[in-house]
Design a protein around this ligand. Structure first.
Ligand code: CA
Length: 367
């Protein structure tokens, strides 16, 4: 029997009792219960991220009638947040809930399965993963580390971040110490800023102590919860670096292969449901939270100037294209992503983008 597969003492006792009295016959007791350990990169019950991981676990527990249970460990409870991937890869934990760009030190290709600068929106990302060959490439990449990955949440378009001073030109980025993970951080370094990647729980103290001058996190709902408004004033949009960030679940490949067809289907369905459900939650909560930030905490909302967004776009293209030399698999992922991005831009221009432009025309509407 594998280390992770065990029959709970109570279940063993129950089965013995059932055999003796024939009064207990639930499948979980008769067949044993499989329990998986899930580690996360998020603080316990953090809105949308930690709560999304808990809800994912509950869906699996409920759908399996308790025959497959998932126990969630918040950042640091079992392993430090950024060691979640290694913990699953080496079998210390069974699953992680995190964001793939945190593992870019292993392969730059991981960035594409979270978010890359000026990349895909949430719906475009789902289209690539489910119907554009993305999942197959992701499986191939992660299998090299003994992990099976799934999309499990999406934040939608993120905000540009929190700054102590106004950003009016590229010059204003020079020397700024900014928290930004993934390829977005590399773009900032290319334009002269000092970017660092910190787990969520470490951002506020770093900002408060002056160890960093600015930070991005997610959007109003999440950023309000961390209280960045207490130490910074300017809140910039849009986030060039994360246009629809996928959060993911990865499962140890041996554990995945050991699961029944039913349990595999349950995990996949729970991940797909959460990917949709969390995006809806972010979209529902962000605007109210933004109003709270502005009206109750006097945050100053600012839009990055177009010339800054343009220049960062050029730098983003260089950084994203530059990952080609990382490895053969990264080059393969990049090619697939670039092809899909091109077709997404063509279709979005006629669909979402055209509609949004039409909807903000100043016509009268029911009130
Ligand atoms: Ca972010």
């Amino acid at each position: 029997m594998k280390r992770r597969e065990f029959i709970k003492g109570a279940a063993v006792a129950g089965a013995a009792t059932a055999a003796a009295t024939s009064t207990l016959s639930t499948p979980a007791i008769a067949q044993g219960v499989k329990e998986l350990k899930l580690v996360t990169t998020w603080p316990k019950n953090f809105p949308g991220l930690g709560t999304g991981a808990e809800r994912f676990a509950k869906r699996i527990n409920d759908m399996s009638g308790g025959s497959l249970t998932v126990k969630v460990f918040a950042a640091g409870e079992l392993v430090p947040p950024f060691e979640s991937f290694d913990a699953v890869s080496n079998g210390t934990a069974d699953m992680y809930h995190g964001a793939e760009y945190y593992w870019q030190g292993k392969s730059k290709a991981f960035n594409f399965f979270a978010a890359v600068p000026y990349g895909l929106t949430a719906t475009e990302q789902s289209a690539w993963i489910h119907h554009g060959g993305g999942q197959q490439l992701w499986d191939e990449l992660s299998a090299g580390f003994k992990v099976k990955p799934f999309m499990a949440a999406n934040t939608g378009v993120q905000m540009g971040g929190w700054f102590n001073k106004e950003v009016n030109s590229l010059e204003d980025y020079k020397g700024l110490k900014i928290r930004m993970p993934g390829l977005g951080g590399e773009v900032l370094r290319k334009i002269g800023a000092a970017a660092v990647s910190l787990p969520g729980g470490e951002i506020f103290p770093a900002l408060q102590s002056g160890a960093i001058d600015a930070t991005e996190w997610v959007g109003p709902w999440n950023d309000l919860a961390f209280g960045f408004y207490k130490v910074t004033k300017y809140y910039y949009y849009p986030g060039f670096h994360e246009p629809g960030t996928t959060l993911s679940v990865g499962i140890n490949l041996d554990v995945w292969n050991s699961l029944s067809t039913e349990h595999k289907a349950i995990i996949e369905a729970a991940a797909t449901a959460e990917n949709d459900y969390t995006l809806a939650e972010f979209n529902a909560r962000n605007n109210d939270s933004l109003n709270t930030l502005i009206n109750q905490h006097n945050v100053v909302l600012k839009k990055f100037p177009d010339e800054v967004m343009y220049a960062i776009g050029e730098a983003s293209g260089d950084v994203v294209g530059g990952v080609r030399s990382d490895s053969a698999i990264t080059a393969k992922v990049l090619d697939s992503f670039l092809k899909f991005r091109k077709q997404s831009i063509a279709w979005s221009k006629l669909s979402d983008q055209a509609y949004w432009n039409a909807r903000i025309l100043p016509f009268k509407y029911a009130s």
